[in-house]
Design a protein around this ligand. Structure first.
Ligand SMILES: *[C@@H]1O[C@H](CO)[C@@H](O)[C@H](O)[C@H]1NC(C)=O
Ligand SMILES: *[C@@H]1O[C@H](CO)[C@@H](O)[C@H](O)[C@H]1NC(C)=O
Ligand SMILES: *[C@@H]1O[C@H](CO)[C@@H](O)[C@H](O)[C@H]1NC(C)=O
Ligand SMILES: *[C@@H]1O[C@H](CO)[C@@H](O)[C@H](O)[C@H]1NC(C)=O
Ligand SMILES: *[C@@H]1O[C@H](CO)[C@@H](O)[C@H](O)[C@H]1NC(C)=O
Ligand SMILES: *[C@@H]1O[C@H](CO)[C@@H](O)[C@H](O)[C@H]1NC(C)=O
Ligand SMILES: *[C@@H]1O[C@H](CO)[C@@H](O)[C@H](O)[C@H]1NC(C)=O
Length: 869
């Protein structure tokens, strides 16, 4: 095979920036296949790392097997090696594996120092996570004492990723009161105590907790999110579990393939059939294609082009993008005349031919755009599978072939759709989203703005675009119109008018490339036109190779929404490894009819949003108006309120082990990095847009669409004792339909038994909520009440849950269960009880370790035997 290492030197930066990826993992009998572990291009070259990854998985496989009752093991794993690492004879070119769809990413954190393995998990209990993050230090075994053996830690993270379980430890609250007694949340791991060498006090998995040893009362994420079920009960409910039976033999050792990322190879496969002449589609495809060729596709990539109608035509052989000349030459190959039928397979076959002239097809990418139906697509599914090419599909207009998404799914490509509403700019957004799935973040084209205007009689469109300091290289302003060129004015932040706009009358677009790095600040534009549609798109790249740009990635919870099951939109906004919080984030969801719904996405830890302030903004979508495709576009605006946080709070990670026992003495680890709680409230001004891909809705009834949407589950109910005998409840209001609108009423019930409250909610004591009127969704609710029928005596634990009901009498799921423990201190001798109440008020300025020490000390039994000072 020809070497794929080109002459173009790429500056390397983190690919971090939120995963929200699609995985290639398959469970075959009892073995997991197709796991992708990617090494980020920012990791310094170190061949030993590859062996360390192999060792970790090889150690992990028997742990996984034993911990799951001989049910699962790791069968094969692909390791993705960066392009800039030295090539070795046993490295091969990837097929569908990309860093973007890697299940595990190995990267340094920025800022460095926090080596805790963790899993990105944005969904509910039982939903798969997005990606496991590991650092080179962790893999090298430098953090053995803090996080335990790598293999076990990997199994812990695997459970988050694959089965959507949550942590059963809690680093923020190590003790809770039960019947007046402080009880540890994180029990010492007694099995490990017997380990001869270093006896680890707490932490890693030996077996998953089952209902027998699970503590349903402990305040931890697993209980809060999984309805008090143990990890094992959740795993037992998974699809994986249902389709396997325990093995009677030992599983084989995992095997590994070593894949080295090569140069990007892309072939555009563009529809020029007769239907493309309607609604200005061909021209819009030209505008969007030009943006892709001039800006989105990265320097050093190889690009070819094929167009098709009933047959296929090669427009351009593969050409490497080394300069603007290559980009311009490719734009001249875009199809200009629309006529003929639609044969998608002809187009795909022709693309394979183009690619094969220089490279094998596997690992290459095809961008397939079509507006037409074609009932012969399935005829080439086998060839597509065999080619190993990744197919990104773009469905244009309402009649694009229904099978397109299957091509994307089969090959791990992206799926987008665009309506005929030019002012929604869907086609340009779809092409702008086609940055490389393997490229360094510093090379990636980032969309700052995407707007459209349907102008009436001679109107001005005046607006601004923010260029923040993390971007500015290769900045491009692009304006399109539908009839006559508009007047266009553009000023940089210093007020200097910009000249040099390139006007392309044939394609009805104009663009300005800002030389060097665009000035940071507010750019102003004025456009004037009459009775036509204009669009404005601004893209840029990272301003420096070392400062990560602010990125937005987004996804839906599933590809298909079957009415009335709601969809969930997620947008992940990051600055390097840090989440960006308090930004204004909206999702524009457009149906095939062109009807657009705007949703404000929230990072409030309520409704669809799993975790507050983690930089992932979420919302339910229920406003279905038709069957068919819906496209999703995300807009994010930072402002005076946006702040970047140093690390994700409450991430699903391996527990930090406070210390170990050696020769009968406790050796403490240094306190964990306390970066988590440190909020760097920095003003971040930025704007971003990002295509969220598309999804397909089915079973939507004809209007009027019935209300079948209940309020969403309340997940953040908190209770505390106020005064002598009042209970103060707080939670975030759900809505009439999931997290939209206003619920009709609340039902609050209490019980002295946590399991009774969960399993016999209807029979538990109801609190009088006559005076409690629900507020608008996402408002803060407070309700203070005095429990009546319950003995509210010394040492009682009370459990409380809430259910919301809408006008149509649809009931939400029962909330998380809050608890209060009443402990009345005896009048005089306060000593042990005083200390125990301290446990409840976690003082965040006491480090986890100090707190652990304090409490460890309190448990006198250890004090004596271990000689703790
Ligand atoms: C928009 O800008 C143009 C030129 O910069 C100016 O003449 C016009 O008054 C502005 N219109 C509005 C509504 O601000
Ligand atoms: C209940 O607790 C909340 C939050 O801790 C507090 O803001 C509120 O004032 C309390 N309500 C009453 C009535 O005291
Ligand atoms: C509670 O009662 C409702 C009917 O009012 C029923 O639909 C529901 O299944 C019951 N829930 C439980 C947990 O028993
Ligand atoms: C509930 O409270 C309201 C007003 O606070 C009161 O009028 C009503 O009688 C109470 N209901 C019951 C069943 O106690
Ligand atoms: C509450 O119970 C604890 C023991 O569990 C006891 O020490 C304390 O005196 C009791 N408080 C009162 C007011 O009786
Ligand atoms: C409780 O705290 C006090 C000081 O706040 C301390 O003197 C006492 O020893 C503590 N009791 C125990 C059992 O640790
Ligand atoms: C928390 O602990 C620190 C140091 O131990 C102390 O200075 C501070 O006053 C405490 N804060 C509260 C609210 O108790």
């Amino acid at each position: 095979m020809e070497s794929l290492k080109g002459s173009v030197f790429l500056v390397i930066l983190h690919l971090l920036g939120g995963a929200l990826s699609s995985s290639l993992i398959q469970l075959n009998n009892n073995g997991y296949e197709g796991i992708v572990i990617g090494i980020d291009p920012s990791v310094p070259e170190d061949e030993a790392l590859i062996q360390q990854i192999k060792d970790m998985v090889t150690q992990a496989s028997p742990y996984l097997f034993e911990a799951t009752g001989k049910r699962f093991y790791f069968k094969n794993v692909a390791i993705l090696i960066p392009e800039n690492w030295k090539t070795k004879p046993d490295y091969v070119r990837p097929k569908l594996e990309t860093l973007k769809n890697a299940d595990v990413l190995v990267a340094e954190t920025s800022p460095p120092g926090n080596d805790q393995p963790y899993t990105e998990q944005v969904g509910k209990c039982g939903e798969m996570g997005d990606r496991i993050h590991l650092t080179p230090n962790f893999l090298a075994g430098k953090k053995l004492l803090q996080y335990g053996p790598q293999g076990r830690a990997f199994v812990h993270e695997w459970a988050h990723l694959r089965w959507g379980v949550f942590d059963e430890y809690n680093n923020d609250q190590k003790f809770y009161l039960s019947k007046g007694k402080p009880t540890p949340v994180n029990p010492p791991n007694t099995k490990d105590m017997n380990n001869e060498e270093k006896k680890i006090i707490c932490g890693c998995i030996v077996e998953f907790c089952t209902e027998k040893n699970h503590n349903a009362e402990a305040p931890n994420l697993q209980n809060q999110r999984c309805n008090l079920r143990s990890t094992w009960e959740v795993i037992r409910d998974s699809e994986d579990f249902k389709k396997t039976t325990p093995m009677s033999t030992q599983p084989p050792m995992p095997t590994f393939s070593l894949l080295q990322i090569g140069k990007r190879i892309v072939c555009l496969v563009l529809d020029k059939s007769g239907s493309m002449s309607s609604g200005n589609r061909l021209n819009r495809m030209n505008q969007a294609g030009k943006l892709f060729l001039l800006q989105t596709v990265e320097l050093g990539s190889w690009v070819g082009m094929v167009m098709f109608d009933g047959a296929a035509y090669i427009q351009s052989e593969l050409r490497q993008i080394n300069s603007g000349t290559d980009r311009d030459a490719l734009t001249r190959s875009l199809p200009t005349v629309a006529a003929g039928g639609t044969s998608i397979c002809s187009g795909l076959r022709s693309a394979f031919t183009v690619i094969r002239k220089k490279y094998p097809t596997h690992g290459s990418e095809i961008v397939l755009l079509t507006d037409g139906e074609d009932n012969t697509i399935s005829g080439c599914f086998n060839e597509v599978k065999q080619s190993g090419a990744i197919i990104h599909t773009i469905a244009l207009g309402p009649s694009a072939a229904k099978e397109l998404e299957q091509l994307s799914k089969m090959t791990g490509g992206s799926q987008t759709s665009a309506s005929d509403q030019a002012q929604n700019n869907g086609l340009i957004d779809a092409f702008a989203a086609l940055a490389s799935g393997n490229g360094a973040l510093s090379q990636r084209s980032i969309q700052l703005e995407s707007k459209g205007f349907a102008l009436q009689s001679s109107q001005w469109m005046n607006g601004t675009v923010i260029v923040d300091s993390t971007v500015g290289k290769d900045t491009l302003f692009l304006i399109t119109w539908t009839t006559q060129p508009p007047q266009i004015f553009l000023w940089d932040p210093s007020g200097k008018k910009q000249d040099g706009l390139v006007v392309d009358r044939n394609t009805k677009m104009a663009y300005l490339e800002i030389p060097g790095t665009a000035m940071v600040g507010v750019w102003k534009y004025s456009l004037q036109a009459s009775s036509q549609t204009l669009t404005l798109t601004v893209t840029s790249r990272a301003s420096s190779a070392t400062l990560p740009p602010i990125t937005v990635t987004s996804k839906m919870n599933k590809d298909t929404g079957k009415f009335p099951s709601p969809m969930v939109v997620y947008a992940n906004i990051r600055h390097g490894a840090s989440p960006v919080i308090r930004a204004r984030v909206t999702a524009l969801i457009e149906s095939v009819n062109g009807k657009t719904v705007t949703l404000e996405l929230l990072d409030n830890g309520a409704g669809a949003d799993a975790t507050k302030d983690d930089g992932v903004y979420s919302r339910y979508f229920t406003a279905y108006d038709a069957n068919g495709r819906y496209s999703v576009k995300i807009r994010a605006l930072g402002g005076t309120n946006a702040a970047t946080q140093r690390a994700t709070p409450q991430q699903s990670g391996v527990m930090y082990i406070p210390g170990w026992i050696e020769n009968g003495e406790i050796k403490w680890n240094p306190p964990p990095p306390e970066t988590n709680n440190e909020l760097q409230v920095k003003q971040v001004c930025f704007s971003r847009t990002s295509s969220g891909g598309s999804f397909v809705a089915s079973s939507v009834p004809k209007a009027p669409i019935p209300d079948l949407f209940p309020p969403c589950q309340i997940t953040d109910l908190k209770a505390k004792i106020q005064g002598d005998n009042l209970i103060n409840l707080t939670w975030t209001a759900p809505g009439d339909d999931y997290d939209h609108g206003r619920a009709y009423k609340y039902i609050i019930r209490i019980s002295a038994s946590i399991l009774d409250l969960r399993d016999k909610f209807n029979d538990s004591v109801q609190v009088n909520t006559t005076d409690l009127i629900p507020k608008e969704a996402n408002s803060e609710e407070v309700f203070v009440f005095q429990p009546e029928n319950t003995a509210f005596a010394n040492n009682t634990d009370l459990f409380i849950a809430i259910q919301a009901v809408d006008k149509a009498n649809l009931k939400s799921e029962i909330s998380n269960i809050a608890r209060v423990s009443l402990f009345i201190p005896p009048p005089e001798s306060p000593s042990p009880t005083k200390n125990s109440t301290i446990c409840l008020e976690v003082n965040s300025s006491i480090s986890g370790l100090q707190f652990f020490k304090i409490m460890w000390k309190w448990f006198g039994e250890m004090q004596v035997s271990l000689g703790l000072h």
